[in-house]
Design a protein around this ligand. Structure first.
Ligand code: FAD
Ligand code: SF4
Length: 559
């Protein structure tokens, strides 16, 4: 018997007595919210489903597979130890197939509404005929009504308006009805480059027990083809690990979180970011707890506010945008195409082997909406899978991602999404790459961040302009350029890529007040420079698509 099965059998409460049965989805791992919080342990039983089919749908990073499986198994053991009866099912197919016989045996199962649209679609037939009874998800901090009241029933939606309203509604960082410190956002003060001081904290290491080690072996064997490094000591798996990670974040990160929120460095992949998103999204850490404790922590107000804005503001906001648009399937400009099957994020082109994604056929789950406001159609270059590109910023962040399954917000936005957008990469393909590569990625959060924010694929739905920049931003906010073969002021390809981007999309972008300045500068750019911008764009894109490297002095980068 496996270490997990044996530990579960040892902890399982004795049979007997009537229990109400609940289904707890893989990302709802808390007994402090929803129906599991409302009943005494001896009155409930929970069903947990492990689905290798789900793991194979995309080329998920090994660390993500291990994170989800280890947390779900540890949660099963923790609940059994509390006196909750646990049915732990492994089923190699959609979740509804696993749950249907259990609902027949145990009666209708109650569950909190899934956060992922993909799971909602999978379970819809069981909900429709009453075999699953869905109640509201107790982990969110805001409701759809609050979102519509604050941000508007129709797009465009802006995070600031929503955030101000929810600060007032929750009373977080409010004093006598006014925002603490006299303003809602200290963002303008939180844009410092990191000079190497104060030292960036080392993330905690954990000691995997026999159950987590067994998950590590399972991932290595069953998901051998999946990319990414498996590092069990970096993986918080138990409730105790989650508490330790959050203690570390509060003690080591919060103080300097604000000022260096936008900084990037080769010397630290995380700087003062908390790394709690994987556990927040699994509900091993509860958003309510982290915002309450951060708001009361002993740290500068700009840092506390910056953190609260991310969780209470951005995290809730993107979830509402996803839900209101039905996963970007309903947009102001119409209904974008929907992929039939899950995309592999460019895996096949890079590895030379097809990804045998499930999807379509019996399970009938699609691969997500593919909007592209700017008509971007290029393939994601193999550099995102680890082939050297010669661009130090890109290569550094990509290496971080395949080593850790994670990188922080600004690296995602201003390096990865920025470079992909400058190259006119298909937004859906980039989204699928992020979904596969990051340990914290689920449809409700990765799609708004990549389609809505990172690539401008949904136009002005949730941002006022595309987040694109040339070398200047990366040079100002990071130390990447110091280790690069290119010079950010002279021959860095991102400079011309930026101008070429504005030039290609100037008609679409015209009329956007936030782009008046850049478009006016483009208009003053000599015709010959614009021709060279276009030539560099075409040549760089070709070279990167072929998996080649860029170098100074090469005709590709100096047209
Ligand atoms: C292109 C792109 C893709 C992204 N994909 C994901 C994703 O798949 N999953 C994910 O959880 N986040 C995603 N984000 C948002 C953000 O980058 C991560 O939440 C954050 O980097 C996680 O690291 P952290 O826990 O150290 O965050 P911190 O910087 O410590 O912030 C604290 C928390 O705030 C929340 N948060 C901050 N910004 C956002 C945001 N824009 N959307 C949602 N939550 C936010 C997260 O829960 C995070 O844990 C993405 C951002 C971009 C630009
Ligand atoms: S010089 Fe250009 S390519 Fe190199 S790290 Fe800086 S911004 Fe990136």
């Amino acid at each position: 018997m496996s270490a997990f099965r044996q530990a579960l059998a040892e902890r399982q409460p004795s049979a007997g007595g009537h229990r109400r049965w609940l289904y707890v989805a893989y990302d709802q791992l808390s007994h402090e919210i929803g129906p599991l919080a409302e009943a005494a342990p001896e009155e409930v039983g929970i069903v947990l489903v492990e689905s290798p089919w789900k793991g194979r749908r995309r080329p998920y990073h090994k660390q993500k597979l291990a994170l989800v499986l280890a947390n779900q198994r540890q949660f099963a053991l923790e609940q059994a130890a509390r006196g909750v009866a646990v049915r732990y099912v492994v089923h190699d197919g959609p979740y509804r197939e696993a749950l249907a016989p259990l609902a027949a045996e145990l009666g209708p199962l109650a569950m909190m509404e899934p956060a992922e649209r993909e799971l909602r679609a999978d379970l819809a037939p069981l909900v429709d005929d009453g075999r699953l009874e869905v109640v509201a998800h107790g982990g969110w901090l805001t409701t759809a009504e609050q979102f519509r009241d604050a941000a508007g029933a129709e797009p465009p939606w802006r995070m600031d308006a929503f955030y101000r309203a929810v600060r007032r509604a929750t009373g977080l960082l409010m004093e006598d009805g006014k925002p603490a410190g006299g303003k809602y956002s200290f963002d303008a003060e939180n844009r410092r480059r990191w000079p190497g001081e104060p030292p960036a904290p080392e993330p905690p290491r954990f000691t995997p027990d026999a159950v987590t080690r067994e998950v590590g072996q399972l991932v290595t064997q069953r998901f051998a083809r999946h990319p990414g490094k498996l590092d069990l000591e970096a993986l918080p798996a138990t409730a105790g690990d989650a508490a330790r990670l959050w203690r570390w974040a509060r003690a080591e990160c919060l103080e300097s979180f604000g000022p260096y929120e936008d900084a990037m460095s080769r010397r630290s992949s995380g700087l003062f970011h908390t790394r709690i998103s994987p556990l927040l999204n699994l509900h091993r850490l509860l958003p309510r707890r982290v915002v309450d404790e951060a708001a009361r922590a002993e740290a500068p107000l700009a840092s506390r506010e910056g953190f609260v804005r991310q969780v209470l503001g951005w995290r809730e906001f993107v979830r509402h945008v996803h839900r209101e648009t039905d996963g970007f399937r309903r947009l102001p400009g119409g209904r974008p195409a929907v992929r039939e099957r899950p995309g592999d994020g460019g895996w096949e082109r890079w590895s030379g082997e097809p990804w045998p994604a499930a999807g379509g056929g019996s399970d009938a789950l699609d691969g997500g909406a593919s909007p592209s406001h700017l008509g971007a159609r290029a393939a994601l270059p193999p550099a995102f899978w680890g082939e050297p590109s010669g661009l130090a910023c890109l290569d550094t962040v990509v290496a971080d991602v395949w080593r850790e399954g994670w990188s922080h917000h600004i690296t995602r936005l201003m390096v990865l999404a920025n470079i992909a957008t400058l190259l006119d990469v298909r937004p859906r393909e980039l989204t699928d790459w992020f979904w596969a590569a990051y340990v914290d990625a689920y449809d409700w959060v990765v799609e708004p961040n990549v389609l809505g924010m990172g690539t401008f694929a949904a136009g002005e739905l949730m941002t006022t302009k595309p987040y694109v920049s040339g070398a200047a931003y990366i040079h100002r906010m990071s130390d990447y350029c110091a280790g690069c073969r290119f010079d950010p002021r002279r021959d860095c390809p991102l400079r011309r890529l930026y101008w070429a981007f504005l030039d290609r999309h100037r008609e679409r972008l015209a009329g956007n007040p936030r782009l008046n300045g850049p478009l006016a500068s483009l208009g003053r750019r000599p015709a010959d420079e614009r021709r060279r911008d276009r030539a560099l764009f075409a040549a760089v894109r070709r070279r990167l698509r072929q998996g080649g490297e860029l170098a100074p002095g090469d005709p590709v980068t100096e047209p």
